[in-house]
Design a protein around this ligand. Structure first.
Ligand code: 48H
Length: 261
């Protein structure tokens, strides 16, 4: 066989195996931002079959750009243990009362590498365009190439089944919105609907994100900025402790629920 064919065959066979191995998951996360990456690493460490579907070429979500493209982010004391688990370095802010800076590229790369090394699978350039919904429960994801969606090509999608589906799409909370719009589900929020993100208030926003990390409908969870948006929490700008802690809380919650089911 020619070298050209060996390379091509290796990629096709290996990718096909990776995809078929992940058609039936314990946890399917939509979006590969910081909250999802922490949750995926933690759940994979606990022995669950976990995959992230990320529509961009690079997972990492809003981390890469830091604050206004200054590629540094801030993390608080109470989330440093998570950075340490991923071997991501942090530097105290001189007069910072518990705040630390982290190189945004190191954080994004470190979280991605950590999730993969823990055993999670990441599918990049694949978008989630719908949910599988049966018998009053969210049961999986409808996936397609992001490039197909961008070009508006009339190409039917494929599906992945999961015991838990996580909306980790950040600000748009796309999957929760799909569930409310297409399956007309009533969410476990004050109004039963998406309440919408509020303006900037860092301290409240950070707490909101963790507090609102929850299961909003049977089989459907939200974490990170998506959870904030669902419950009407405040935004917080380029500080990421809440996102990391949200990922950890999500993993604990799903672990508890899946063990009980
Ligand atoms: C596949 C999708 C789809 C889809 C979107 O926004 P993220 O970084 O996620 P979080 O919530 O972990 O982190 C939020 C943080 O980055 C942030 O925005 C902060 C702190 N903002 C504060 C403020 O005041 O603005 O990542 C979400 C990921 C992205 O990579 C998207 O490409 C991806 O989800 N995504 N992937 N299918 N339908 N929709």
């Amino acid at each position: 066989m020619s070298t050209e064919n060996i390379i091509t065959r290796a990629i096709i066979e290996r990718f096909s195996r990776k995809l078929t191995d992940n058609l039936q998951l314990d946890v399917a996360l939509v979006g590969g931002g910081p909250s999802a990456l922490v949750a995926a690493a933690e759940l994979a460490c606990r022995g669950y079959k976990v995959a992230i579907f990320e529509k961009s070429l690079a997972p990492g979500g809003g981390v890469w750009g830091g604050g206004m493209l200054f590629n540094e982010v801030v993390v608080q004391d109470n989330a440093l243990a998570i950075l340490d688990d991923f071997k991501i370095r942090h530097y105290p802010v001189p007069a910072g009362e518990g705040y630390h800076t982290v190189d945004a590229v190191e954080m994004a790369a470190g979280l991605i590498f950590g999730a993969l090394q823990a055993g999670a699978t990441v599918f990049n350039a694949i978008a989630v365009e719908d949910i599988v919904f049966q018998d009053g429960r969210v049961r999986g994801l409808v996936i397609n190439w992001q490039s197909v969606r961008k070009l508006g090509m009339p190409v039917d999608p494929l599906t992945v089944i999961a015991r838990a589906v996580v909306d980790a799409t950040g600000h748009p909370c796309e999957i929760i919105r799909t569930a409310t719009a297409k399956a007309q589900v009533r969410l476990a929020t004050e109004t039963g609907a998406v309440m919408g993100e509020r303006p900037m208030w860092v301290d409240n926003g950070e707490q909101d994100t963790v507090a609102s990390t929850a299961e909003y409908y049977p089989g459907l969870y939200a974490c990170g900025m998506s959870a904030t948006n669902v419950t009407g929490g405040y935004r917080m700008g380029p500080i990421f402790g809440g996102m990391l802690l949200s990922g950890r809380k999500l993993a604990e919650l799903i672990d508890r629920n899946l063990r009980g089911s």
